[in-house]
Design a protein around this ligand. Structure first.
Ligand SMILES: [Zn+2]
Length: 116
């Protein structure tokens, strides 16, 4: 943000676009870790109680719960995408008051011009 003046709505759009450009790919959802038994007989992992660890991504789509199995080797990448998703969400929350304030200042400035 430049010093000495208020940002305009297009400043906010440019700021938002440049910040958001760093945040792809972005995903939303919650990554859960679970242990579950398998169907093999006499499986050492199941018999020891260790079972089989796996990750599942839970999300919502049009009000319906969606679950996707995430293979172990993809977990770091999915975590990175979820961090981007949360950062993008924070960014949009931050943008809302800034953009609305800029629009309001511009509306006030335009109405002053109309009066003079
Ligand atoms: Zn097993």
């Amino acid at each position: 943000m430049k010093e000495g003046r208020f940002e305009s709505s297009s400043d906010v759009v440019h700021w938002l676009q440049s910040e958001a450009a760093e945040l792809w790919p972005a995903l939303l959802g919650s990554l859960s870790f679970r242990r579950s038994p398998c169907v093999r007989e006499n499986c050492p992992a199941c018999m020891s109680g260790e079972q089989h660890p796996s990750h599942v991504l839970y999300g919502r789509l049009k009000g319906r719960r969606v679950a996707v199995y995430v293979p172990e080797e993809l977990v770091p990448e999915v975590r990175r995408c979820l961090e981007n998703g949360r950062a993008l969400q924070e960014l949009l929350y931050e943008a809302a008051p800034r953009y609305i304030k800029a629009l309001k200042r511009e509306r006030t400035a335009a109405s002053r011009r109309d009066e003079s």
